[in-house]
Design a protein around this ligand. Structure first.
Ligand code: SF4
Ligand code: SF4
Length: 384
C-alpha cells in the first residue's frame, strides 16, 4: 500500500493511473451545492423545456449532500468515443439504412463507464482506508455536465455538450461523490467564443440560446418518445433511428477528432447503420438479441421501429411501399400504423394510394384514420 503524504499527491497519482484504468480524462470538483444550476433548472422547468427523462427532484440534482453522507469531493471522468465508422455500409434504393447517434454505437456506455468507475473505486479503496464513494452514470441524480465543468474536464458549450480541449465533445461523462478531501481542479478557460455553428445548424431550432436546449424540440429526445410524432418532426428526423449528432458534427472543436482506442465503443456498422426493412419485422426477442447491448435499446423496440417507418417515408423509395403497407395493415400498435400512413403519403404512387384506401375501410382507430385521411389528401392534392 502507498503511504499517503498529502491529498495533492494522491490526486496526482490518480491522474497518472487514469489511462491504465481506461479513463481518458479525470478531474476533481468541490462537493458544494450547484446553486446557479438549480436556478437554471427551475427556469428550464417553468418554460416546459425538460425532456421528462430527468430526475424530478431538483434538490437531489444539485445538492451532493442529499445523495451522500458528508461529501468531500466529486471525481469526474470522461471516456472518448468514436465519431467515424470505418467502411460504413451504403444506403441504396431498395436497401435503405437508418443511423444511430454515435452515443449508441458499440457497447452501452453506461456499462463501460460503470466498469471504469468501479476500477477507480477499487484503486482508491486499495490506497485509502475508510474510503467511501457513490458512483453515478447518466441516470444518477447529479447533472454530469455541471460536475464535469466544475472539475475542469471541459467547458459548457453552446450546444449543451461538454467540450474537452483534448477529445472534443465525443466523451461520455461519469462521476463519483467521495469522502476524500481532494483539492479541486480549475475549470478550463477555453470557450465557444463567437462561434454559433451548432445553433445555426440545429434542424429544429431546439438550441433556443447558447447552452439552452428545449428538449421538446430536440430530435434526440423526439426519437426516444413512444407516441405519434408531429409531421414537422417526422420530416426533420430524416433517417435518424436514435439520437441526433448534428450540433456536435458541425462543431469546429470536433474537427478531425475520432477516437478508436476504447475497443468496446467501436461500432458494428450493421447495427449502427442498419437496414430499415428488416427492422420493421423484428420481434421483441430478436430486438433484445440484436440491440440489447446498445444504449439505444433502453426504450424498447417501438421508438426505433417507428423511426424506421419515418425514415422510409423520408427516403421516398417506392420499393419500400409493400413493407410499409404491411405495417399499416397488420401492426397491432396504433402509433406504428399512423406513422406508416404518413410514410405512404410521403412516398406516394399508386400502390401507396391503394394501401391507404384499403386501410381507410378497415381501420378502427381514430388517430390512424386521421393520419390516413391526411396522407390521402396530400397525395390527391399532389395529383390535382
Ligand atoms: S441534438 Fe439535433 S435537434 Fe437536438 S439540439 Fe442538437 S442538432 Fe438540435
Ligand atoms: S459549434 Fe461552435 S458554438 Fe457550438 S459548441 Fe461548437 S464551438 Fe461552441
Amino acid at each position: 500500500m502507498v503511504t499517503i503524504t498529502s491529498w495533492d499527491k494522491l490526486k496526482e497519482e490518480m491522474k497518472a493511473a487514469a489511462a491504465e484504468l481506461g479513463i481518458d480524462k479525470i478531474g476533481v470538483a468541490a462537493a458544494d451545492p450547484f446553486k446557479e444550476l438549480k436556478a437554471r433548472l427551475i427556469r428550464h422547468r417553468e418554460l416546459g423545456r425538460e425532456s421528462g427523462f430527468e430526475e424530478k427532484d431538483l434538490d437531489k440534482r444539485t445538492e451532493p449532500a442529499l445523495l451522500f453522507d458528508d461529501p468531500q469531493s466529486i471525481i469526474a471522468i470522461a471516456i472518448a468515443y468514436p465519431s467515424k465508422m470505418a467502411n460504413p455500409p451504403k444506403s441504396e434504393p431498395g436497401e435503405r439504412r437508418g443511423i444511430l447517434a454515435r452515443s449508441a454505437w458499440g457497447l452501452d456506455y453506461h456499462v463501460v463507464l460503470r466498469d471504469r468507475l468501479a476500477k477507480l473505486e477499487a484503486w482508491l479503496a486499495a490506497r485509502v482506508p475508510g474510503f467511501r464513494a457513490e458512483s453515478m452514470v447518466d441516470t444518477g441524480a447529479l447533472v454530469d455536465r455541471a460536475v464535469a465543468e466544475r472539475a475542469g474536464i471541459g467547458w459548457s458549450a453552446k450546444n449543451c455538450s461538454i467540450i474537452t480541449p483534448e477529445w472534443g465533445s465525443w466523451v461520455y461523462l461519469g462521476e463519483m461523490i467521495t469522502n476524500l478531501p481532494l483539492p479541486p481542479d480549475r475549470p478550463v478557460t477555453e470557450s465557444c467564443g463567437e462561434c454559433n455553428a451548432c445553433i445555426d445548424a440545429c434542424p429544429t431550432g431546439a438550441l433556443v440560446g447558447p447552452g439552452q436546449l428545449d428538449a421538446q424540440r430536440c430530435i434526440s429526445f423526439v426519437t426516444q418518445t413512444k407516441g405519434i410524432v408531429s409531421e414537422e418532426f417526422m420530416t426533420k428526423i430524416g433517417n435518424r433511428l436514435y439520437g441526433c449528432d448534428t450540433c456536435q458534427v458541425v462543431c469546429p472543436e470536433n474537427k478531425g477528432k475520432n477516437w478508436t482506442h476504447q475497443p468496446e465503443l467501436q461500432p458494428d456498422p450493421e447495427l449502427a447503420k442498419p437496414l430499415l426493412l428488416p427492422l420493421l419485422k423484428m420481434g421483441n426477442r430478436e430486438f433484445k438479441d440484436v440491440y440489447g447491448k446498445s444504449s439505444s435499446a433502453w426504450r424498447g423496440r417501438k421508438p426505433i421501429q417507428r423511426n424506421a417507418v419515418i425514415a422510409l417515408g423520408n427516403f421516398k423509395d417506392r420499393d419500400s411501399v409493400p413493407a410499409v403497407a404491411d405495417v399499416l395493415r397488420t401492426d397491432p400498435r396504433f402509433e406504428l400504423r399512423a406513422t406508416a400512413a404518413w410514410s405512404l403519403g410521403k412516398i406516394g404512387g399508386d400502390a401507396a394510394v391503394t394501401a391507404l384506401r384499403e386501410a381507410r375501410e378497415r381501420e378502427q382507430d381514430e388517430q390512424v384514420q386521421e393520419a390516413i385521411g391526411k396522407a390521402l389528401a396530400r397525395l390527391i392534392e399532389k395529383e390535382a
